[in-house]
Design a protein around this ligand. Structure first.
Ligand SMILES: Cc1cc2nc3c(=O)[nH]c(=O)nc-3n(C[C@H](O)[C@H](O)[C@H](O)COP(=O)(O)OP(=O)(O)OC[C@H]3O[C@@H](n4cnc5c(N)ncnc54)[C@H](O)[C@@H]3O)c2cc1C
Length: 377
C-alpha cells in the first residue's frame, strides 16, 4: 500500500527544508524528496551574503525582505540549539565604496529612509554615509574617494552549514528521501511518481521547491515555463586578515568574510550555460575585482571555486503559493540572489496556505502565483 502523507516537499535546498520545518511544526505529516542530496543544488554554495534592498522607495517587497532579515537571528539561535550545529550566521553589516557624487546624494536619501523603515520590534538598523576616514583596512581607499556606506542590517551565513543544520533539525519530524527524483504528480489522486519505482507515495499537497528545476517540473501543470536558471560562480580564500570584517559590496562583486578565517568572493551572472556545477577557471573577472576592492585578498590562497544555478522567474520576483483552489500543488522558488535572507518567510507563507490558517504571512503581490501566471507574461 502507498505511504500516505499530508504533504510531499520536492527539493531539499534552503527553501524546501524551511517548508518542511514550518509544516512539521504546524503538525503536518511530511515527506521530503531530493533528487540527489539535500544541499546539492544552489544552497550548497559558499557565499552566503544576506543583504537588504535599498531602504528608499519603500514597498511591500522591501518590507517582506526586511521582516525576514530581522526575524532571522532568533530563528537561527533556535535552529542551532536544536541541531547542535553552527550555521556561521553573524549580523556582520556591509560596507560599499562611494565614488560618485550621484551615489553620495542617493546615500543621504537612503540614510534618512533607513531611519524610517529599518525598524524591527527589537532593533533598528541604519544605512549610513561616512567620509573617507571611515574606510577600513579591508577596503582599498582609492576606490572610495568619497567615503563608504555602512549598513548594519546585512548578515552572512555559511550556506552549506546552514543547510546541514536545517536538515538535521528537520529529519527528526520529516521523512527525508534522498537520491529520489520526482517524475510526476497525479493531481486527482495525489499519487506521486518518482525515479524509485518501488516507492509508492500519496500526498494531499505537493510543494515544489526544486530550485531552478521547479520550472521544468511545473511545465505540465502550467502549460508553459515561467522561469529558468542563472548560473553563478564564486571562490573561497584563506584570509584571516578579513576575519570579523563586514561584507564588502561593489557593483555586483561580493566579498564575504566567514567565521573561520575563510573569505568567499563572488559572483558571475550567466544566463547561458551548459554544465550547472562546473566552475570555469578562465572566468577570473570577479576574483580580480575582489582583490582590487579588498587588498588583504591579494596574497591570500584560493582554496576552491564553486558554481551553481540560481532559480529566477521570468517576472523577476519569487513565486510562492498554491497553483489551484484546492491547494494540491504549491510552489516556492525563484529567490534568485536573495533566497538565503527570505527562504524561511517564503516557507512560512506556504505552511499557512497548506494548513489554511485564518491569518497568513503577508506576501507581496509580485510574489503571488497570479502575478507570474498573468496572461501578459
Ligand atoms: C555563485 C552563487 C552565489 C550566490 N550567493 C548568494 C548569496 O550570497 N545570498 C543569497 O541569498 N543567495 C545567493 N545565491 C542564490 C542561492 O544560492 C539560491 O537562490 C538558493 O540556494 C536557491 O535555493 P532553493 O532551495 O530554491 O534551490 P536549491 O538549493 O537549488 O535546491 C533545490 C533542490 O531540489 C532538488 N531537485 C531538483 N529537481 C528535483 C526533482 N525532480 N525531484 C526531487 N528533487 C529535486 C535539487 O537536488 C536541490 O537539492 C547564490 C547563488 C550562486 C550560484
Amino acid at each position: 500500500m502507498a505511504a500516505a502523507y499530508d504533504v510531499c516537499i520536492v527539493g531539499g535546498g534552503v527553501v524546501g527544508l524551511w517548508v518542511a520545518r514550518h509544516l512539521a511544526r504546524a503538525g503536518a505529516d511530511c515527506v521530503l524528496l531530493d533528487r540527489s542530496k539535500c544541499g546539492s543544488g544552489a544552497s550548497g554554495g559558499i557565499l552566503g551574503a544576506l543583504m537588504a534592498h535599498a531602504p528608499d522607495n519603500w514597498n511591500t517587497k522591501k518590507q517582506f525582505q526586511f521582516d525576514a532579515l530581522a526575524d532571522l537571528p532568533s530563528l537561527i539561535t533556535e535552529l542551532e540549539a536544536e541541531s547542535g550545529l553552527s550555521t556561521g550566521y553573524a549580523q556582520c553589516g556591509r560596507i560599499m565604496p562611494v565614488r560618485t557624487e550621484r551615489f553620495q546624494k542617493q546615500a543621504i536619501v537612503r540614510s534618512e529612509a533607513s531611519r524610517q523603515h529599518w525598524r524591527a520590534s527589537k532593533r533598528s538598523y541604519v544605512f549610513e554615509l561616512n567620509g573617507p576616514d571611515a574606510v577600513p583596512v579591508s577596503m582599498n581607499p582609492d576606490l572610495a574617494p568619497l567615503g563608504i556606506i555602512q549598513d548594519t542590517l546585512a548578515a552572512r551565513v555559511n550556506p552549506s552549514d546552514y543547510v546541514k543544520a536545517l536538515q538535521c533539525a528537520v529529519s527528526r519530524d520529516v521523512e527525508i528521501i534522498e537520491d529520489c527524483s520526482l517524475r510526476s504528480v497525479e493531481i486527482s489522486s495525489g499519487r506521486i511518481k518518482t525515479t524509485n519505482d518501488e516507492l509508492e507515495l500519496t500526498a494531499k499537497h505537493v510543494v515544489i521547491a526544486a530550485g531552478y528545476e521547479s520550472f521544468r517540473l511545473l511545465e505540465p501543470v502550467l502549460g508553459r515555463v515561467i522561469g529558468g536558471g542563472v548560473k553563478g560562480q564564486a571562490a573561497l580564500f584563506e584570509c584571516p586578515d578579513l576575519a570579523d570584517q563586514p561584507i564588502v559590496y561593489d557593483d555586483g562583486v561580493y566579498v564575504v568574510p566567514h567565521e573561520d578565517g575563510k573569505c568567499a568572493v563572488g559572483s558571475t551572472t550567466e544566463k547561458q550555460w551548459s554544465d550547472p556545477t562546473a566552475p570555469d577557471p578562465e572566468r577570473n573577472d570577479f576574483i580580480e575585482r575582489s582583490k582590487q576592492l579588498c587588498p588583504p585578498l591579494r596574497n591570500a590562497q584560493m582554496l576552491r571555486r564553486w558554481a551553481g544555478v540560481r532559480p529566477r522567474c521570468n517576472r523577476t520576483d519569487p513565486i510562492v503559493g498554491a497553483l489551484d483552489d484546492d491547494r494540491r500543488i504549491l510552489v516556492a522558488t525563484g529567490g534568485y540572489k536573495i533566497t538565503f535572507g527570505i527562504a524561511h518567510r517564503m516557507a512560512a507563507r506556504i505552511a499557512d496556505e497548506v494548513m489554511n490558517t485564518s491569518t497568513k504571512t503577508e506576501l507581496p503581490t509580485t510574489y503571488q502565483p497570479a502575478h507570474h501566471l498573468n496572461a501578459s507574461n
